[in-house]
Design a protein. Sequence first.
Length: 534
Amino acid sequence: MRPVDQASVGTLLSRGQRGTLVQQVRGVIGARITAGAFTAEGRLPGSRQLAAELGTSRATVVAAYDQLVGEGYVEARERSGLFVNPELLGAAVRAADLPSRPNWSSRLVRQFTTPTAGVSDWEHYPYPFVTGQVDPSLFPVRAWMAHLRRALDRPQLSASLADRGGDDPQLLEALCRVVLPTRGLTVRPDQVTVTLGSQHGLTLLCALLLRHGDVVAMEDPGYPEARHLFGAYGARLRPLAVDAQGLHIGPDDLAGVRLMHVTPSHQHPTNVTMTASRRQGLLDAADDHDVLVVEDDYDSELRYHGRPIPALAASDRTGRCVYLGSFSKLLAPGLRLGFLVGDPELVAAVRAAQRMTTRQVPGHLQRTLASFLLADDYFRTLRRTRRELRRRWEIVTAAAADHLDLATTDFPPGGTSLWLRSTGADWTNLPQVAARKGVALAAQDQFYARSDEPIQHLRLGFTAIPTPQIEPGSAPWRLLPPNWDEGSGPVPPLFGVQPRCRPSRQAAATVSTLAKPTPSSVSSSTSASRASIR
């Protein structure tokens, strides 16, 4: 064995490292065995010699050797000492002669790009106006803990712990009885399957329904994760314009389309609700062109005036509409709990695909959610969350109308964000500049199929920021100096180490002293889809 570099002993063996000293010594020796750091005979140094080299006790080295013997890395030969297993020694020698590592970029047949619309460290900002996240204070901790424990009671234990490779029948019953009727859907359990969120359901549909080169129609602006996912499966995207009435479908827009993705209840990201006539026109066009429709209904239950609009799938009479839902916006995105509703033949295929990949959604979570839904805690949480988010929606909409020169202040009464449109200001660099003042905003160019034009809109989320912090931060444009568009590239948040539940005095002073920005002029050349939503 090659001598140990004494300068590195402190890093090889340290009581501050993970694992005991015996485990660390075993790791050092095992790593050198696999690296071929021994003579052709494979003889290991004696315990006293190695203990001296590593700066540890002989007992520690003896215990590590015993562990390696038990694992088959080392063999003891009577009156000769300890030797590397000859098979491993040969493998290490052969490994040294192998050619270079594989070229993974040429071997990957499918690559998934990660959208950059989110803010990964939003919790470090005092003003997190992000979307897709929740305020932890709204989560029903006490009720959820009670149902977690109940799911481990003896009558429920088997359902929570067993690998059944599928859906919990009790959860399917709860979805059919409690959740789906509120969205206008009356279905049987064989038309529903449980997923790890709506994104998981969409991924399974792509794997089952899309061939390379198929045409997929999408709203533009639209859901970035869906666009990236379709692209990863080799689909050709056909962007369709969105206006104040939702997705607009022309006479030939669906010709040659295999599948379309829509968000009719609260369009992502503009938040508009598709009108009844547009919905019927979409279904008729889908029938005429034999197009499968995927309805992503991510937050329809969060409506603050009037009753929630029934799902598009509730009007489908041909079985070509697949409905995706989740509990990410009402409960928490980290739970990864969702569901898919469709024709029984399709649902059976989705279940089979899930069994071959993730096997099932964790049984404990499924039984916990079932108990939560059937005990009326779902409706109790919905009422509380809707009441609190309605209050935030009212504060943010009023602040937007007061502090910004907008193209419209007629905001849809629901959802988890506002879609603000300027009358001419270029907001391309707004998220980077706002970050200097502790305001977290998502990158805005991800929503469009084309992102090479000036950005004149802003998606302002209000579900993650606590209500007391909305007043000083509800107008992030006031946090920007007149030359707010100077500079480019990522900017670290000014208040990155401040707790977001209590803004610093410095932050409050910044809010009160900085002036409103001067809008910059932009070119009138925009895409048809951008013009249609202004």
